[in-house]
Design a protein around this ligand. Structure first.
Ligand SMILES: [Zn+2]
Length: 404
């Protein structure tokens, strides 16, 4: 089962009954957390056995299902806390401050045509929440293959989880192999006997990270006398950075995914798990900051949702092996890979050729075949470029705004 949370803004302010419910829910969660800590239990059922009766007395009007999901939320908070304690991280006694409420799909109704949530508060009291529905939301509401899962109510929005059976990945007719670098994804697109270089550039991600890093450094220095303010401001910087980067990662992933889907390609990526840290503090910081794992996760997740096969390949030696003769070169290299046999190519694209060959040799890309000799050096297909936001086709036509 795949799940995806979709956030809806509300048309009007939350009615007072719902506000009270949010507060009651928070109270119930915090009480359950306290009880769970004392009795050393974390599961929903154990919590339920422990405190349900007392809770019923304290909140005689609350809808029973909500109480059960309060136990569930408390249970997950307790589990997180326990995990932190096991890792010997300093952890305060957990306490939920944010107003939130979660409920399972049997406890609320969603009118998918009009976008109205019917939420029971207590016996004989329901509230209707009107959601703001855009085209993006319509895609989820109108898709009959999606079922509705849990709902999270927040003071200003509602998050509905949509679920679906994972579609079977198609049999690939072509392959898109991508090497992940600091400022771009570089690779090849292979179909039949043709192979072309492709590129998705995102130079701004590294720039944004550097800028926010510098800003945080400055803040810390300036507010060194006031830890609390410094912490608060840094957190705000961090949230901003996160949003800006996340947005760009999704744009890149969307471009890759729709390119692959249009051509029924398998996507080949380097498996980043085995990357070892290098003895260079500055480079290490940049590599660990640069969210390539995150980019891969987004690509894989979107691919799974649409049934696009993704293959992950161990990238060891991929940037210093010759795809023609198989010689492995010394690791010191410039931007160009050159081999004794006469083969030379952009280092990153060469790496993606090797990834593709590994994937094919292990039978991970269907029945696809590929001859590196057929590689065309002169044409570059741009998958994504933040300047235009467009994908340009090799024949010169470009589809502006096709990145959705
Ligand atoms: Zn060679």
């Amino acid at each position: 089962m795949l799940a995806r949370g979709v956030a809806f803004r509300l048309k009007a302010e939350l009615p007072p009954e719902a506000k009270f419910l949010l507060e009651d829910f928070r109270l119930a969660v915090n009480n359950a957390i306290r009880a769970g800590l004392q009795a050393r239990v974390t599961s929903r059922n154990a919590l339920s056995k422990l405190v349900y009766k007392d809770f019923r007395k304290e909140h005689p009007n609350m809808y029973a299902q909500h109480l059960v999901s309060a136990f569930e939320v408390a249970g997950s908070v307790l589990k997180n806390c326990r995990r932190r304690l096991r890792r010997n991280c300093a952890s305060r006694v957990p306490y939920v401050r944010r107003l939130m409420m979660k409920t399972e799909n049997q406890a609320y109704k969603l009118d998918r045509e009009y976008g109205i949530v019917d939420l029971p508060i207590r016996a004989w009291c329901h509230v209707k929440l009107e959601l703001l529905v855009s085209d993006y939301h319509r895609r989820y509401l109108d898709d009959p293959s999606l079922t509705v899962g849990s709902l999270t109510l927040l003071p200003d929005r509602v998050v509905v989880v949509f679920r679906k059976e994972a579609p079977r990945p198609y049999l690939p007719e072509s392959a898109l192999s991508l090497d992940t670098n600091e400022r771009s994804l570089d690779g090849v697109f292979v179909k039949d006997d043709e192979a072309r270089a492709v590129k998705a550039v995102f130079p701004d991600i590294a720039i944004i990270q550097q800028r926010h890093h510098d800003r945080r450094k400055r803040l810390q220095k300036k507010k060194a006398h006031d830890r609390r303010t410094s912490k608060r401001l840094c957190r705000r910087e961090g949230a901003r950075e996160h949003h800006r980067i996340e947005y760009r990662l999704h744009q890149v992933a969307n471009a890759v995914i729709s390119f692959a889907e249009d051509r029924r390609s398998a996507v080949v990526l380097d498996d980043l798990r085995g990357i070892r840290p290098k003895w260079n503090k500055e480079l290490n910081r940049r590599l660990s900051l640069w969210p390539r794992r995150k980019l891969h996760q987004i690509i894989e997740y979107k691919a799974q949702w649409r049934g696009i096969p993704v293959v992950k390949v161990d990238p060891r030696n991929s940037s210093r092996t010759c795809p023609i003769c198989g010689r492995t070169r010394d690791s010191r290299m410039g931007a160009e890979f050159e081999c004794e046999c006469g083969w030379h190519l952009d280092r990153h694209i060469n790496a993606s050729l090797n990834l593709l060959q590994t994937a094919i040799s292990r039978g991970m890309a269907g029945g696809l075949r590929f001859n590196p000799g057929a590689f065309q050096h002169d044409v570059m297909m741009i998958l994504y470029d933040p300047v235009t936001g467009a994908r340009s086709e090799p024949n010169g036509t470009s589809c502006v705004g096709a990145v959705t």
